[in-house]
Each structure stands twice: as structure tokens, then as C-alpha cells.
Design a protein around this ligand. Structure first.
Ligand code: ZN
Length: 322
């Protein structure tokens, strides 16, 4: 098997996405398997001992907030797309839709992994492992989360690298319709907010250069969010990361927006100022009302990313895990 063939195979994986809902189950399972190859682990992993726990962990941290998590679905559905193998799958008990039961996966000590030709190709080319991981991350998650996901998926330290800007190698094959990021987005968003963080007002400069100020997508670019100012916010690096992880959210209030901090965020000292003081505070106004965040994108973020509920005592410092 050649590199492009592999990417074509990966491109055949059907990633369920409807009405803007995120479903990163399959990409996270493939990333987990790529992490195993990067660590030189065996081709087939045991569902219960090797995959279920780490996949639940990835889904809880980086998946959309959902009441129930079903790691058995991507595991049993990936073989349909040709880039996953479950030895003995045909003899396992399945639902009417063909999904394998979690209890059966455990009872029969089921294993799964990349088919032999893909595994051998990846084993012989660690650059390809990196490129495949980058392409999947680019397609499903914002940049700010890429290294966190690689870390939790078990990639060794040498795989945690500064990624080149722009679409990664293989994405054009993996997903021909993938859109490049708009280079003017950062400039337009920072200008709309007068080069200040829309949450805390941070505006550090070294001579004429901005330090630690970024343009964030409210609805992720990878989820189809457009690179236009009403889908953007100028944010300091900390608040950008917090927005992308769902520690920070937005809510409409009287035609404007206010900042919400998740009740799942803990911290003391500086965190008090960076986070608790911002909770329930109005979002900074852009220089024109045309640039205000669009309610549609804010709603998407609240549903697909924000770790609700928000804390309920506005602007009261919290101590410890209280
Ligand atoms: Zn900030």
C-alpha cells in the first residue's frame, strides 16, 4: 500500500455529521490507534483493556457534551469503512443495525486494529503517522486542542511538534472539500476588537507586535464555522484555549452577549482574576455592531462545546474544589 492509497482509505471513513452536531468518535478512535502505532504497540488492541477507557477519556474531554458515551459504536462501525479490522466480527452478537454489543465485546475479549497492509505501512513510516494524525485533527478540532489530544491519545513526545500553518499533507486526498483557513480572519477579527481580548481586555505588545492575542472561531472552522468577524473573537491565549475547551462560553443577554465560566473550572490565585471576575460580565463590544457575534454561532458553541452548567454565583471567588 502507498501513502495516497492510505489517505484515500481514510477518506472513505464516513464521519457522521448532521445539523452541525459534532461526532468525533471515529476520528478519536483512529487517533488512538495511530498513537499505538507511534508507540510501537501491537496491531490489534483489546477493546476492554486497551481501547475503551482511553476512548471514553478522549470523548469526555474533547467530544461534545452528551449524556451518554458509547465507545463501542465507533469500534464496531469502523470496519464498514475498510480501515479497521475486528477478527471474528461475523460471529459476534449484534443489534439490528449491525452494532456489536458492548457486553459481547467484553465477554469475547474482542480485539481490533488497522488491517495488516495499513499497519505495516504506518509502522515503516512514522512521518505518515504524524501526517495522518494532523489531517484528522485539522478536520475535526481547532489548533489549540491538537497537542492536548495527541497527548491524551498517547503519542510520544517527539510527535508533539509545532504544526505548519495551513492544511496538512494528505487532507486534500482525505477530504477534497476541506476548506483552507482564511488568512485575513486573524487581522480582521483583531482589528474589530481594537486588538484587545474581548473577555479580559488583555492587549500586551512588544514594540509594535501583539503578544498572546489571537483570533478565535466561535463555531469551529473544522465544524463548518465561517472565517468571518461575526464568528470570531479577539482573545488572549488563555481565554482562546478556554473557549475551545468549553471552560468559557457565551450567552445572549438583552441583545448583547455575556461571558459564562463553566462550573467545572477550578483554580485559585491568578485564575480568580482571569476567570471568576469575567463570569457573567458583558463581552467587550467590537468597534461596529456589524461585527457582533452572530447568535447562531454562539448557540452552536453552547450546545457542542461549552461544559455546562455555568457557575451560579456571579463574580464570587471560589476556593479549592468548592
Ligand atoms: Zn483574555
Amino acid at each position: 500500500m502507498k501513502r495516497d492509497e492510505f489517505f484515500q482509505k481514510l477518506g472513505q471513513v464516513k464521519f457522521w455529521r448532521t445539523r452541525g452536531q459534532r461526532a468525533p468518535h471515529k476520528p478519536l478512535l483512529v487517533l488512538l490507534a495511530l498513537g499505538r502505532v507511534a508507540r510501537r504497540e501491537e496491531r490489534l488492541a483489546r477493546y476492554e483493556q486497551d481501547l475503551e477507557g482511553p476512548l471514553v477519556d478522549l470523548l469526555e474531554r474533547f467530544g461534545p457534551p452528551r449524556k451518554a458515551i458509547h465507545p463501542e459504536y465507533p469500534f464496531s462501525r469502523l470496519p464498514h469503512d475498510g480501515s479497521w479490522e475486528i477478527p471474528g466480527k461475523e460471529s459476534l452478537p449484534a443489534t439490528g443495525q449491525g452494532d456489536l454489543h458492548r457486553s459481547g465485546l467484553i465477554k469475547h475479549a474482542v480485539t481490533g486494529g488497522f488491517p495488516e497492509p495499513i499497519y505495516e505501512l504506518l509502522r515503516s513510516d512514522s512521518g505518515l503517522v504524524q501526517q495522518a494524525a494532523q489531517a484528522l485533527l485539522y478536520e475535526h478540532f481547532p489548533y489549540s486542542l491538537h497537542d492536548d489530544i495527541r497527548t491524551v491519545a498517547g503519542f510520544p513526545a517527539e510527535f508533539l511538534v509545532q504544526e505548519p500553518p495551513g492544511p496538512p499533507y494528505g487532507l486534500g486526498v482525505l477530504r477534497p472539500s476541506a476548506r483552507p483557513r482564511d488568512r485575513n480572519f486573524r487581522h480582521n477579527v483583531l482589528r474589530a476588537y481594537d486588538c484587545c481580548c474581548a473577555v479580559c481586555g488583555f492587549d500586551l505588545r512588544l514594540e509594535n507586535e501583539l503578544l498572546g492575542l489571537e483570533a478565535a472561531h466561535i463555531k469551529w472552522h473544522s465544524a463548518g464555522g465561517p472565517s468571518m468577524v461575526p464568528n470570531g473573537l479577539a482573545l488572549c491565549s488563555i481565554h482562546h484555549k478556554a473557549l475551545d475547551r468549553g471552560a468559557l462560553g457565551l450567552a445572549p443577554i438583552a441583545g448583547e452577549f455575556k461571558v459564562l465560566i463553566s462550573s467545572k473550572v477550578y483554580g485559585e490565585s491568578v485564575a480568580t482574576r482571569w476567570f471568576w471576575d469575567c463570569h457573567d460580565a458583558p463581552l467587550r463590544h467590537p468597534r461596529s455592531s456589524d461585527f457582533k457575534p452572530s447568535a447562531e454561532f454562539v448557540k452552536w458553541h453552547a450546545r457542542e462545546v461549552f461544559r455546562s452548567p455555568p457557575r451560579d454565583s456571579p463574580r464570587q471567588p471560589t476556593r479549592g474544589n468548592a
